[in-house]
Design a protein around this ligand. Structure first.
Ligand code: HMG
Length: 382
């Protein structure tokens, strides 16, 4: 039985900062950001969008009434969740109107958690083939104003429906994974911003890619010739490109580089969305590329701390007919922030004293948003 991605969609908030504006403000050469890091813009969330609303906004665009009845597993992968105890997946389950006979949990392993969620969902569907599993990766990436990581921020969510006989991509039963206890990027409970050892994190990302890619090839007997595209977790697009160059040569496999370009389309303009970045890259490739049905795609997932995984999938007949059609419209409709507006938005925060805060939601056009916080409880628009 084939199991894999039946539907996939993403959401990113309605504001962005252009890298040219960031470069001017930080006295940097814009080429460092656009060429050196390979990023053009980054999404910026207003205070009314958190990991829960972004997740629900991503999922609502792909789910039918039939899906809401068939889903019995909801997994939120996030590292910027809103609560230490209650899983954001329970709120998402409510906002979306999923039937109550479902499991709902939140998983964490930096940018890797959604991949673990997908693999767990695959096993769940193998045992329960008439059911469906909703996996959502949702994150806000923040390193602080004027920090080294500032140009690699972003915000957004990707929702993925895992089912038997998938219409977009079936997942191969092969995966190679690798864990090592390292501190390349982490966020202690008391900090709003992640700490990062930037260059060390780049090295570790590539070490984990090499380990999982080689292990996968040894285990499966496949070679690069068996792949039509390689996709990567994309904290910034240049790192994916450098990693592709570790295993492929542009002269012998120009198609892999061309497909990699397609696979960076939304990432270049949304920025790092942590758990969802690999899947935003997959959406970019499926929408903007022209891969034939039957093409095999390699996926490298990396979450600092760290866990890496290389796995693969094969595109189904007619997969393009089942992609969400309005992602480009959503991106085109975003508003450009001045550096002052970006910094002001950055510094707005929710109250923490249990009093009542009513948010200005007049700018909101998304189906789901945070409207108030009262007695330490978030109140969402449904
Ligand atoms: P930096 O020190 O600001 O930049 O840090 P740099 O000096 O390394 O320069 C970056 C690139 O720009 C270099 O290219 C320069 O040569 C080039 P490279 O040599 O690497 O090919 N450059 C220029 N190019 C053209 N024109 C110019 C110019 N100037 C320089 N004028 C760093 C960059 C990514 C480290 C920083 O932004 C950072 O710390 N970001 C956050 C951490 C990160 O993204 N790490 C990635 C791996 S870890 C990961 O992926 C996990 C993560 O997603 C978290 C999770 O798992 O939850 C982060």
């Amino acid at each position: 039985m084939k199991i894999g991605i039946d539907k996939i969609g993403f959401y990113s908030p309605g504001y962005f900062l252009d890298m040219a504006d960031l470069a001017t403000a930080r006295n940097a050469d814009v080429n460092k950001y656009t060429i050196g890091l390979g990023q053009d813009r980054m999404a910026m969330p207003p205070i009314t969008q958190d990991t829960i609303t972004m997740a629900a906004n991503a999922a609502v665009g792909i789910l039918s009434e039939e899906d809401l009845e068939a889903i019995d597993l909801v997994i939120l992968g996030t590292e910027s969740g809103t609560d230490q105890s209650k899983a954001g997946a329970t709120a998402i389950h409510h906002l979306l109107g999923i039937n109550p006979y479902a499991r709902a949990i939140e998983m964490k392993q930096a940018c890797y958690a959604a991949t673990a969620g997908i693999q767990l969902a695959k096993g769940h569907i193998a045992l329960n083939p008439t059911k469906k599993a909703l996996i959502i990766a949702s994150d806000i990436s923040k390193y602080g104003l004027n920090s080294g990581g500032e140009p690699t921020q972003g915000a957004g969510a990707v929702a993925i429906l895992i089912a038997a006989n998938p219409r977009i991509m079936s997942l191969d039963n092969d995966a190679a994974y690798f864990t090592d206890d390292i501190l390349d990027f982490w966020r202690p409970n008391y900090s709003d911003y992640a700490f990062v050892d930037g260059q060390y994190s780049n090295e570790q990302y590539q070490r984990f890619f090499e380990a999982t890619f080689n292990r996968y090839m040894e285990d499966t007997g496949r070679t690069l010739d068996d792949f039509n595209a390689l996709t990567f977790h994309i904290p910034y697009t240049k790192l994916g490109l450098k990693s592709l160059r570790m295993v492929a040569d542009i002269d012998t496999r120009p198609d892999l580089f061309e497909n990699f370009n397609h696979a960076t389309y939304y990432n270049r303009t949304v920025g790092n969305i942590y758990t969802g970045s690999l899947y935003l890259s997959l959406i970019s490739l499926l929408e903007k590329g022209s891969l034939a049905a039957g093409s095999r795609i390699g996926l490298f997932s990396y979450g600092s701390g760290a866990v890496g995984e290389f796995f693969s999938g094969v595109l189904e007949d007619g997969y393009k007919d089942h992609l969400v059609s309005d992602h480009q419209t959503m991106i085109d409709a975003r508003k450009r922030l001045s550096i002052h507006a970006y910094e002001a938005m950055y510094n707005v925060s929710l109250i923490k004293d249990g009093s009542h805060q009513i948010l200005d939601t007049t700018h909101e056009t998304s189906p789901f948003y945070l409207k108030e916080i009262k007695h330490h409880k978030r109140v969402y628009n449904k």
